[in-house]
Design a protein around this ligand. Sequence first.
Ligand SMILES: *Cc1c(COP(=O)(O)O)cnc(C)c1O
Length: 409
Amino acid sequence: MRRRGIAHFTSAGIASRTTQIGARSFEGIRRGLYSTSAQLAELDHNKLVIDRTKAPKPKIPNEQLVFGTQFSDHMLTVEWDKEKGWDKPHIKPYQNLSLDPASSVFHYALECYEGMKAYKDANGKVRLFRPMENMKRFNRSCSRLVLPTIKEEELLECIKELVRIDKDWVPQGKGYSLYLRPCMIATQNFLGVAPTGKALCFVILSPVGPYYRSGTSSLPVRLIADTKFVRAWPGGTGNSKVGGNYGPTVLSQKEAEKMGYNQILWLYGPDHQVTEVGTMNMFVAFQHKNGEKELVTAPATSEGVVLSGITRDSIIQLVKQLPGWRVTERPYTMKEIVDAHDEGRLIEAFGCGTAAVVSPIQAIGYNGKEISFPLGNSGQAGNLTQHLADTLAAIQYGEVPHDWSIVID
Ligand SMILES: *Cc1c(COP(=O)(O)O)cnc(C)c1O
């Protein structure tokens, strides 16, 4: 868009034509869609084929919802082939996939995904939270694995239609939502490590309750700072939501639980930089000696150590508006946390992500020492943590009008 604008100012005719060709091929490369000859089909939500289930499943009462274990009646699937592009999108009854065992997703983790939620407001309207950000990140993850990318607005239209069809599966009530899981997998049956010629994009829906139950914010968690395993490193894939990042963390998570902790605090480098917590972004609030209050989170750069969370970005934007606080994206280390703890300058800390939204941190185990964090007036979450959890929930459930919350039905 901007390129075309500049062309208008510089000169007419030829210049703007060149720019357009430039823009087109750039777009093509970005989308990975140019093959040698044929014009590849883009995803088109107008071509949606809808097959409704003849056997709807019984809905699950809120108190019986267990994160990521129950699924709605329908799913979305779209197939991609490198000769033809995107096929017609299909909404159909939730069902097994049938794949060749040689499909490269099974061998080389050519898979990436997204996590987003649909919320039901007090008027029964269904809302999504900043969904285009998920679409953009999905394409960035796909590009990292040379999986096909997909037209963001079109995929979002298909997802909206899927959620409308399953809107009775969006649970009502604060803390309850329908978790949406878009996923892209390589389905070519080929044992070589190479770009896939076939892929499947699918979206499944799972009704969920609070991650750890306690109103709008979750119950406080205890973390173990992992000085043995590393989640992500510069030049790696930590800033993409690729499945291969998560499988190897199961071992550390199991060891953490054996030691009586809920989650891993991921560190990086010999100076033990703090990066993320479990599958969430991490924030720490410091009281500085000059009286300033600073909320810090590690930078989510293209370097690849920290995933660029949408909840993280929303919190940064919210805290920028909060009087009395400075919010900073900068590297910080365990030493800074230990020093602040010893000097009584730790205000609070929390993790954040779509699943748990905001997760207060009670303590960090580090090098045999226990660093505890104040938990505010409620005794469940720091005051800033609680304020952010409440503010985000008010936006997500449509109690406070905000352009982050999109009504879809
Ligand atoms: C998904 C994810 C997050 C949170 O991102 P949101 O967009 O806020 O859900 C943070 N860290 C990791 C490693 C993640 O996979």
